[in-house]
Write a protein that binds this ligand. Sequence first.
Ligand SMILES: C[C@H](O)[C@H](O)[C@H]1CNC2=NC(N)=NC(=O)C2=N1
Length: 101
Amino acid sequence: MPVAPLSQKEIEERLAELPGWSFDGDRLSRSYRLGSHLAATALVVHIAQVQEELDHHSDLTLGYNTVSLTVTTHSAGGKVTEKDFALAERVEALAPAHGVG
Ligand SMILES: C[C@H](O)[C@H](O)[C@H]1CNC2=NC(N)=NC(=O)C2=N1
């Protein structure tokens, strides 16, 4: 289903509620530092489960003890939409259980 890109004002208002997330013009991004490689891997798996549930997927990068994600809506021409914020908010909600946030 098509989804409209958010305006700059909408993005700024939503970002104000998501400390740690940034907007680069086309994507939302955040990185997390974990206590170990396995902890970081577990966070990646948890995010992947949420992404499948939402049918919306970020680019996820697993480092030694870091997880970085960037998300944009491909079906909106690579712009930021409500779907990106919905994913970011779900990730923020699950991150504290992994020892970050
Ligand atoms: C068919 C499936 O619903 C689409 O390809 C979904 C899957 N995940 C997606 N993820 C993102 N980030 N953008 C999309 O447009 C998108 N589309």
